[in-house]
Design a binder for this molecule. Structure first.
Ligand SMILES: Cc1ncc(COP(=O)(O)O)c(C=O)c1O
Length: 396
């Protein structure tokens, strides 16, 4: 009898979130490429969903991870021991943030960053209402799910958190619903899973103003838009609007699992008393993840990759032209390609996995697929990926 394939074992032994996973059989990755089990290379146009902004296996990140492992791995639950790698990372991050964002609480993931931000806002303001937005995605734990802007994915988990209110994204009139009862407004400055929704120029400023009027904390979820993806270190810099709490994860860890929420120290200190231990996390700020993140952030700043994002994105905007494409839009290297139907978008994904590129869909915009290539992608590689995408579209 033949041995069962790895794919069959994957389907049998792993808990999976869908009936039809991509099922790509990866063997290794390097730069902008992921290799399948036969050693064939595929362009990674998703970056592990906005994670691998410096590509895969960046040698300096790999070295930093190895060096840290040689020193130590986990020592103690988060926040008790002084671990230099955490401190250095927090310091460098803070140096590169505007405003009063000067205290970093390390966690494991994006969802946990959102949980921490919601809890912190409740503690600091003494209020319970939290406002989020239609078509928002903030993660899959119960708190983050309570903010999700779509009923289909929430329905089976109710009752969720009470006192959550959903506004329409980018609708100025709705901002009046933010009141003195609102602890926090949680918003992605560019909505990701809604299909890269970019707000009008004055929207975030109006939102900031309304939060200031009502004493509400403004929380930005930059878990997907952070670390250069949109052409700035953080997307909120496009509008010069600074949040009270910034949530980060994904590309933060340079390929390792890491999240954080960042706030002003005075706000953050609400976790320390009455009672203490406002948020507890064993692995938050894991030293190996922090070592990867520190190397990642240093490279991102040193190599001036972020300033090249716009020119690279412009190649996609000017050269992606095909009768099947209804629209190409986005911010930086966070690009959506709209087709006629969800079936067409799914088919492009399937063809890509055959001819040499990996893409993904959006949770709330099924007739589109995304390009979120590693920021290190070269101009020649971009032109090659455009050719491949056109080839896939020809096959529709
Ligand atoms: C905007 C946004 N927020 C939060 C999350 C949740 O992050 P994680 O999957 O690390 O919990 C995601 C993940 O896709 C996201 O895109």
């Amino acid at each position: 009898m033949q041995n069962p394939s790895m794919r069959n074992l994957f389907m049998q032994y792993l808990g999976l979130p869908s009936e039809a996973p991509m099922g790509f059989e990866a063997s290794r990755a390097d730069g902008v490429f992921i290799y399948n089990k036969d050693g064939e290379k595929f362009y990674d146009l998703v970056s592990g969903v906005s994670v691998s902004n410096l590509g895969h296996q960046h040698p300096e990140i790999v070295q930093a991870v190895k060096d840290q492992i040689d020193k130590h791995m986990h020592l103690m639950v988060y926040g008790e021991f002084v671990q230099p790698v955490q401190v250095e990372l927090a310091e460098l991050l803070i140096e590169n943030l505007a405003g009063n964002l000067n205290s970093v609480y390390f966690v494991n993931s994006g969802s946990e960053a959102i949980e921490g931000a919601m809890k912190l806002a409740k503690r600091y303001t003494g209020r319970s209402e939290i406002i989020a937005f239609k078509n928002a995605y903030h993660g899959s734990t119960h708190g983050a799910l309570s903010l999700l802007g779509d009923e289909t994915f929430k329905r089976n988990y109710r009752p969720l958190l009470p006192d959550i209110r959903q506004l329409r994204f980018n609708v100025k009139e709705d901002l009046q619903q933010i009141t003195g009862k609102t602890a926090a407004v949680v918003l992605e400055p560019i909505q990701s899973e809604a299909g890269i929704c970019i707000p009008d120029d004055d929207y975030l400023r109006n939102l900031r103003q309304r939060c200031d009027e009502t004493g509400t904390l403004l929380v930005f979820d930059e878990i997907q838009t952070g670390f250069g993806r949109t052409g700035k270190l953080f997307a909120h810099e496009h509008w010069n609007v600074i949040p009270d709490i910034l949530c980060i994860a994904k590309a933060f860890g340079g390929g390792m699992p890491l999240g954080a929420f960042v706030a002003n120290k005075q706000v953050m200190d609400s976790f320390k008393t009455n009672p203490m231990l406002g948020h507890i996390t064993t692995f938050g700020g894991h030293p190996v993840s922090c070592a990867a993140a520190l190397a990642n952030l240093k490279i991102l700043l040193r190599d001036d990759l972020i300033s090249q994002v716009e020119a690279k994105a412009a190649l996609y905007f000017s050269h992606l032209k095909h009768p099947k494409i209804k629209k190409v839009w986005g911010k930086g290297l966070f690009i959506g390609i709209e087709l006629e139907t969800p079936e067409e978008a799914a088919k492009v994904m399937a063809i890509g996995v055959r001819i040499g590129f990996i893409t993904d869909l959006f949770l709330f915009k099924p007739n589109a697929f995304r390009i979120g290539a590693p920021l290190i992608i070269t101009e020649n590689q971009i032109m090659e990926t455009i050719k491949l995408i056109h080839q896939a579209l020809d096959e529709l």
